[in-house]
Write a protein of this length. Structure first.
Length: 276
């Protein structure tokens, strides 16, 4: 027998999750297309739970898991380090998807082409997960295990995405390549965050999506950028350093060779934009 619940407290939600097999629903923009017109089984709607929506700052930045993309894209006063995330938020699907779709749903869906993941990786994001046993935090890199696979346990729900204080420094940019601007699955996408002091890059974080089973950081590129004169930093980005961290797939959108070449160019563009 199926049922529908829309709790208003985390305590109530966790009690329900501990008692039965519930399918968690936020915006539903990934869930409905993946299951058809009707959702089978019991559905737990988390969109009304207190604290699950909104952006707050306190020793870092916290984004409720049920916060829609449109709210992130339009948020005023966020630090320049969040620009890549806001750019990505404005490119997720069309306007209807941005109003309904949520950041937590995007991460739990765990698509290799999830636009929100590269900017969050560049910010060093963590996810906050809750169950009847308590709260735990995981680095986003440890939460995303593969296509449609996460470290989410039975009876557990994502509460928030947390950006540590260190991730809020510098400036960032996001660029993506697709067949069109909106309503498209990315061929490749890149987020870059750089910190510049006294004219030199002191910190760099670069992440690529749609070119591996999960979006990934580029440690060799980041190491090459550190210490570079800001105006010359892009010249340090070697194609081999980009490709070494990727494993592009072959599908109807692009060949591995095209994806790899696109990723190299997008990395250079994203770093250039972040530096500017």
């Amino acid at each position: 027998m199926s049922s529908y619940a829309r709790p208003v407290t985390l305590t109530e939600a966790l009690r329900l999750l501990a008692e039965g097999n519930w399918r968690v629903l936020a915006g539903g923009t990934d869930l409905y297309p993946g299951t058809g017109r009707a959702l089978p089984g019991s559905v737990l709607d988390v969109t009304e739970i207190s604290g699950f929506r909104g952006i707050t700052t306190n020793n870092g930045l916290r984004i409720g898991a049920a916060t829609p993309w449109a709210e992130i894209a339009g948020a005023a006063g966020l630090p320049p380090a969040l620009r890549a995330l806001q750019q990505a938020s404005s490119l997720v699907g069309g306007r209807q998807i941005q109003v309904a779709g949520t950041i937590g749903g995007n991460l739990c869906n765990a698509s290799p082409a999830a636009d929100g993941v590269p900017p969050l990786l560049a910010l060093g994001a963590e996810v906050e997960l809750a169950s009847a046993e308590g709260i735990r935090r995981l680095a986003l890199t440890d939460f995303l295990l593969g296509p449609r696979k996460t470290a989410l346990r039975a009876g557990e729900v994502m509460v928030a995405v947390v950006i540590p204080e260190a991730g809020l420094s510098g400036r960032s940019a996001f660029v993506k390549l697709g067949a069109r601007t909106h309503l498209v699955i990315s061929i490749a996408m890149v987020a870059a965050r750089v910190v510049v002091e006294a004219g030199r890059v002191t910190e760099a974080a670069v992440a690529v999506g749609s070119c591996s089973a999960v979006a990934t950081r580029l440690p060799a590129v980041e190491a090459a950028l550190r210490g570079a004169v800001a105006g010359e930093a892009t010249g340090r980005i070697a194609a081999g350093d980009v490709m070494a961290a990727l494993s592009p797939i072959d599908d109807v959108r692009a060949t591995p060779a095209y994806r790899g070449a696109a990723a190299v160019e997008l990395v250079r563009r994203a770093v250039t934009e972040a530096l500017s």
